[in-house]
Structures are given as structure tokens and as C-alpha cells.
Design a protein around this ligand. Structure first.
Ligand SMILES: C[S@@+](CC[C@H](N)C(=O)[O-])C[C@H]1O[C@@H](n2cnc3c(N)ncnc32)[C@H](O)[C@@H]1O
Length: 218
């Protein structure tokens, strides 16, 4: 018997695992399923989420509902006392800037790296910006028009992050980047070509008039 269409499979998963509140991650789930075929294939993989903040529903689903080998998150995260799943966040999310994480974590290798509303300009939490020395240094110099890699969530910073993630990806692995506002997206074709993925290794799908999802296979 033929498998049902991808959209139906994703809906079925979302309905079967309602307790995880997977609706915001449907587009990412779809890409995962399109690549691996079924969630049973994910048992042995190492996964990293970039910038989950406190929205750890997909991470919890991958750990408990799917049973991946390992799941981690990284990104500056402010955990207020009323946020749910604080213990999970404490155990799974490293709260730091992306580039230092990849610099000190180079031996780690991942099969799947995904992000939602991160690979675009201005995705940094305002509180993080205001407490960042790099922000104030640039602000004082009044060079906001040409931020460098150290400026959180600028185009060079996000592109350097993507490059570091690419280096941390195992061959055959996948980076899925859901972009909330594609006009601020940092993953243009010219940049992705510098990483040398085959043209067929990049899939770009628009979602409505604002958003898009970029999937890159190594
Ligand atoms: C717009 S939020 C998205 C949060 C979550 N993924 C969601 O879908 O609701 C972007 C997150 O990425 C983090 N972030 C963005 N740029 C970062 C950087 N350069 N280093 C560390 N964290 C960063 C922010 O602090 C924030 O938690």
C-alpha cells in the first residue's frame, strides 16, 4: 500500500502528539519526514536546535516521542520563573552566543540542526542585545550600518553561525532553517554557494507571503 501524502503524515503526527504542541513546528517536521521517510529512522541521530529560547516543544518531542540519540539546544535564553519545562531547558539548552558555542564545541557532530525564526536579522532577544558588550561597542562607534560577525543577529553573525553549524554537521545531515520574515533572512543563494552545497542540496519553500523555510543537505 502506498504511503499517504507528506502533509497527511505530518498532520497525523501532530495529532497523535498533541501534548507536545507541535503546531509551530509543522513545517520543520515536514522537512524531517521528507528527508528520513519516517520517525523510526531517527533513533540513532544527534540533534541540535539553534535558538530555541524557551520554546522547547520540538526538542521534548524528539527526545521523548521519537527517542533520538541526543538532543541539545544553544542560544541566549532568558528563563523567567513562570516558564514551563524549566528543568528540561536547564538540562538541554546551553545559554550562550552561537559562535563561542561552536568554537569550543568543535568535536560535536550532529545529523540534524534546525532553527525557527533565528537565521534572520534582529532575531536576538532585546534583553540579550542590551547586555551585550559587542552591541554597545558598535553603538558607540555609530557603525550600525556595517556590523561585523561579533554583532549578535547581524547578517555576518548569522552567516558565520550557519557556516559553523555546517562544519558541525555530519555528511548526509540536514540543516533546516525556518525564517519568520524572509526579507530579513540571511541565507541567500550567494552565501549558501560559498559552503559548496550542490544546487540540488538546497531546498527553499515560501510559507505564505512573509515566511520561508530553507533546507540544506550536506
Ligand atoms: C526570535 S527568537 C526564536 C525563539 C524560538 N526558536 C521560537 O521559535 O519561538 C530567536 C532566539 O535566538 C537567539 N539568538 C539569536 N541570535 C543569537 C546569537 N547570535 N547567539 C545566541 N543566541 C541568539 C535569541 O536569543 C532568541 O532566543
Amino acid at each position: 500500500m502506498e504511503d499517504p501524502p507528506l502533509e497527511q503524515q505530518v498532520d497525523a503526527i501532530r495529532n497523535a502528539h498533541r501534548q507536545y504542541r507541535l503546531a509551530p513546528f509543522v513545517a520543520i517536521l515536514r522537512e524531517v519526514l521528507a528527508h528520513w521517510g519516517s520517525f523510526e529512522q531517527l533513533g540513532g541521530i544527534d540533534v541540535l536546535e539553534l535558538g530555541p529560547n524557551t520554546r522547547v516543544e520540538m526538542m521534548r518531542f524528539l527526545e521523548t516521542g521519537v527517542g533520538v540519540k541526543s538532543i541539545r539546544g544553544v542560544g541566549r535564553t532568558v528563563v523567567w520563573p513562570w516558564v514551563p519545562h524549566r528543568a528540561f531547558i536547564r538540562d538541554h539548552v546551553v545559554s550562550c552566543r552561537f559562535l563561542p558555542f561552536f568554537e569550543r564545541d568543535t568535536p560535536s557532530r550532529f545529523d540534524l540542526i534546525y532553527s525557527r525564526h533565528v537565521m534572520e536579522q534582529h532575531s536576538i532577544h532585546p534583553w540579550v542585545l542590551l547586555t551585550s558588550a559587542a552591541y554597545w561597542a558598535q553603538f558607540k562607534k555609530k557603525t550600525c550600518a556595517d556590523f561585523d560577525e561579533s554583532y549578535p543577529s547581524s547578517v555576518p553573525n548569522i552567516q558565520a553561525t550557519f557556516k559553523a553549524a555546517w562544519n558541525a554537521l555530519r555528511p548526509g545531515g540536514l540543516i533546516i532553517s525556518q525564517i519568520g520574515k524572509r526579507k530579513y533572512g540571511c541565507l541567500d543563494e550567494t552565501f549558501l554557494a560559498t559552503l559548496d552545497p550542490q544546487p540540488s542540496a538546497v531546498r527553499r519553500r515560501d510559507m505564505g507571503s512573509l515566511s520561508s523555510i530553507v533546507t540544506t543537505t550536506k
